[in-house]
Design a protein around this ligand. Structure first.
Ligand code: G6P
Ligand code: ZN
Length: 564
């Protein structure tokens, strides 16, 4: 490649539907590989930066899925032509989503482009995604994604420096003159900055002695599963090199373009391998992460399942075992609206502020930037803190290990103690994936009409002899307390007098069809119920939810695809 190149302007045509969803633009690979499709979206992201674009630095990397490297090449060429000054690119195009957030913040860049479809399957016949993160390191808020979308609807051309070819498999710095201007690509180690950050946050030596065993305490056996996603290199460096676990304790740690055929979503259905291995194995603890490394699932011995809603509450109650929070103090907790309300009880008891936001990590960012929030989480297997502006799977795992090291108890004991103190919020989510959009939309309209009838509030819903009285029902809307921005139609809520809740939402992260999510949450303070199975305890409310929504009639589905 020559060290001086010139850019060109390429005429393009508008593609409909380049509207980012809950978390970026996510479509089938075959959609992204259409002529100019990816180029258009990248050009729109850059134009949306407005007067921040010229001379800016951006981070680029992704979860290693199919088409990722090709997309990095395109981004480099388009960024160069659009007067970006520098790109910081993960080696092999690999950067976990939490690592991108870390790097944006550490080097104070104007943002980053994350190439991921998160937990969706990868490969030529599966999904790809492009997401823009802003200078705070978090996913772009609605006003930015709307602007990007606006631009895609009017785009006539994009700019590209086609002669730039950077070997991103090699750690190196490349300088090129583009149209007479200096342009730099810095290919960096994918793990270093993130590892350093984790070492600042946690006490690695106490986690290490837990894992290795010390002063008469046997080694605490873990099984960490990267699901063939981006976390592999991070797991190897952190758990093998730093914390000294042996190779049999880490699995699926090579990022594969198709995730080895796995659906890289850490839940009881898609991480069944991990669940079975732990059920039958000697492990005290298991963790799995999704494709881009921001989600986590935590299991205890014999595959004791920690729901994400409980995970958030337990961490909230024990944040003082983590050095980072000793330094920063605890500013507030937050959860997404459908997330089980366990953390609310910790907040109430400890006098810490609690925020409820719509689904989507972007809604936590403003609260963190304004200093209102330390720890937050979502039922969708996301847990994180204000150390970055994304949820963080490995962070959650290290946080759990810190709590275990400090309390000296098993995962199950920790949960039982927690419920003794706070009572237990039973939570479940039923997913109906890939439904026909028309039926799903009609169902949502039907429910909304039903719950907005004036006689609905105060009415009694009964199943199997149990009666729930409706206290409030609406289509959830949110006003950001920091900037006053408003998000409407974020899910249909039915709240009952006893604190139980039923929520219906359409997923915003699918790439085709509609995924219906039904969330059910109910509180028990009777200690004899604490060990009960959530499905058993919630069965009545689930039946009420399915009946009220006429879900079977509208979708033709008898059973959910996934239950969490
Ligand atoms: C991503 C987002 C989360 C969100 C989840 C589920 O992981 O980062 O914030 O909770 O998707 O979103 P969905 O719209 O599919 O329910
Ligand atoms: Zn993810």
């Amino acid at each position: 490649m020559s060290s001086a190149v010139t850019s060109r302007t390429i005429e393009t045509r508008v593609y409909d539907g380049q509207k980012p969803g809950t978390s970026g633009l996510r479509k089938a690979v075959k959609v992204f590989t259409q002529e100019h499709y990816t180029e258009n979206f990248v050009q729109a992201i850059l134009e949306a930066l407005g007067n921040q674009l010229a001379g800016c630095t951006l981070v680029v990397g992704g979860d290693g899925r199919y088409y990722g490297k090709e997309a990095v090449g395109k981004i480099i060429r388009i960024a160069a032509a659009n007067r970006v000054r520098k790109l910081i690119v993960g080696q092999n195009g690999i950067l976990s989503t939490p690592a991108v957030s870390t790097i944006i913040r550490k080097y104070k860049t104007q943002g980053g482009i994350v190439l991921t479809a998160s937990h969706n399957p990868g490969g030529p016949d599966a999904d790809f995604g492009i997401k823009f993160n802003c200078e705070n390191g978090g996913p772009a808020p609605d006003n930015v994604t709307n602007k990007i979308y606006e631009i895609t609807t009017q785009l006539k051309s994009y700019k590209i420096a086609s002669d730039i070819n950077v070997d991103i498999d090699k750690i190196q710095t490349i300088n090129v003159q583009v149209d007479g201007r200096e342009f730099t690509v810095d290919v960096i180690d994918s793990v270093n900055d993130y590892l350093e950050h984790m070492k600042d946050i946690f006490d690695f030596s106490s986690i290490k002695s837990l894992l290795q065993g010390s002063s008469g305490r046997p080694a605490f056996k873990v099984l960490i599963n990267g699901m063939n996603g981006v976390t592999g290199p991070y797991i190897k460096r952190i758990f093998s090199n730093e914390l000294g676990v042996d190779d049999s304790s880490i699995v699926n740690t090579t990022p594969l373009e198709n995730f080895g055929g796995l659906h890289p979503d850490p839940n009881l259905t898609y991480a069944k391998d991990l669940v079975d291995a732990i059920k039958n194995g000697p492990h005290d603890f298991g963790a799995a992460f999704d494709g881009d490394g921001d989600r986590n699932m935590i299991l205890g011995k014999s595959a004791f399942f920690v729901t994400p809603s409980d995970s958030l509450a337990v961490l909230a109650a024990n944040l003082n075992s983590i050095p980072y929070f000793k330094k920063t103090g605890i500013r507030g907790y937050a959860r997404s609206m459908p997330t089980g309300a366990a953390v609310d009880r910790v907040a109430a008891k400890t006098g810490v502020k609690l925020f409820e936001v719509p689904t989507g990590w972007k809604y936590f960012g403003n609260l963190m930037d304004a200093g209102h929030l330390s720890l937050c989480g979502e039922e969708s297997f996301g847990t994180g803190s204000d150390h970055i502006r994304e949820k963080d799977g490995i962070w959650a795992c290290l946080a759990w290990l810190s709590v275990i090291a400090s309390l000296g108890k098993s995962v199950e004991e920790i949960l039982l103690d927690h419920w003794q103190t706070y009572g237990r919020n039973f939570f479940t989510r039923y997913d109906y994936e890939n439904c026909e959009s028309e039926g799903a939309n009609k169902m949502m309209q039907y429910i909304e009409t039903e719950i907005q009838k004036s006689e609905f509030v105060g009415s009694k819903l009964t199943s199997a002899g149990k009666t729930y009285v409706v206290k409030l029902a609406d289509n959830y809307s949110y006003v950001d307390p920091v900037d006053g921005s408003q998000a409407n139609k974020q899910g249909l809520r039915i709240l009952f007098e006893d604190g139980s809740r039923i929520i219906y939402r359409l997923s915003g992260t699918g790439s085709s069809g509609a995924t219906i999510r039904v969330y059910v949450d109910s509180y028990e303070d009777d200690p004899t119920s604490f060990k009960k199975d959530a499905q058993e305890v919630l069965k009545t409310l689930v039946d009420i939810a399915l009946e009220l929504s006429k879900l079977r009639e509208y979708t033709g589905r008898d059973a959910p695809t996934v239950i969490t």
